[in-house]
Design a protein around this ligand. Structure first.
Ligand code: 5RP
Length: 235
């Protein structure tokens, strides 16, 4: 990616991330997603806490977000301390016209999905390049797997029509998630025809902990633009 292209990607992420933070109301519990777009949400939330006394507690979806939010002075609670979340703001790797998504590029899919599942509202922040006609065409589908079952889950995933590849953190070293598991990134040569059924099929594989298919979980998407504006689409 050239420097200009990197700046363009960063500015659309910033536009989306900040716009979502401006939707947060005082007195609410906010799910804090993971990734470079949500980073701008965290920055804006911290700004609002300082400048206007916004009162929120965040529930982070990863150790990375926990560290960043703590450094920024955003008060946090763990999942065990809340029963539901009013609004979660998270990124995505792909989102289609039905608001179905692939997530997990940052490896936080399991906690992100659990938090999405108890959120009244899930708002997704992306740049325009993440909006796709068909899932699986620009991004591999991550599947979190318990290490013991990697060979069997890998074969079962291949039987569903994909080529699974173990995600590495360094050359020759398998990535370990916040939950102590590994990730298989699955390439579907022609994309994913039926995301809903595929999610169910993966959930039925023993040892597959969670897939990055997020079905019927997003309520709105905020698409950042290069001019600093953002388009809000409701499902
Ligand atoms: C992490 C995720 C992220 O939300 C997704 O990868 C998007 O990240 P970014 O905003 O950095 O493009 O699912 O598990």
């Amino acid at each position: 990616m050239t420097t200009t292209e990197e700046q363009r990607v960063t500015s659309v992420k910033e536009a989306a991330g900040r716009r979502a933070a401006d939707m947060v109301e005082t007195g609410t519990i906010v799910g804090l997603g993971t990734g470079s777009t949500v980073w701008f949400t965290l920055l804006r939330l911290a700004e609002r806490i300082q400048s206007e006394g916004l009162e929120i507690v965040g529930v982070p979806t990863s150790m990375d977000t926990t560290e960043k939010a703590t450094d920024l002075g955003i008060p946090l609670l763990g999942l065990g301390e809340v029963e539901k979340i009013h609004l979660t703001i998270d990124g995505a790797d792909e989102i289609d016209g039905e608001f179905q998504m692939i997530k997990g590029g940052g490896g936080a899919l399991l906690r992100e999905k659990v938090i999405a599942s108890i959120s009244d509202r899930e708002v997704i922040v992306v740049g325009p390049d993440k909006v796709v006609e068909k899932l699986g065409t620009t991004f591999l589908l991550p599947v979190e797997v318990t290490s013991f079952a990697l060979p069997t889950v890998s074969r079962a995933l291949a039987a569903l029509g994909c080529e699974p590849v173990l995600r590495l953190s360094d050359p020759g070293v398998a990535l370990t998630t916040d939950n102590g598991n590994q990730i298989l990134d699955c390439r579907f040569p022609n994309g994913i025809d039926d995301p809903r059924n595929l999610e169910r099929a993966i959930a039925a594989i023993p040892g597959a902990v969670e897939s990055g298919l997020f079905i019927d979980l997003a309520h709105a998407v905020i698409i950042g633009k290069e001019d600093g504006s953002a388009e809000v689409r409701e499902r």
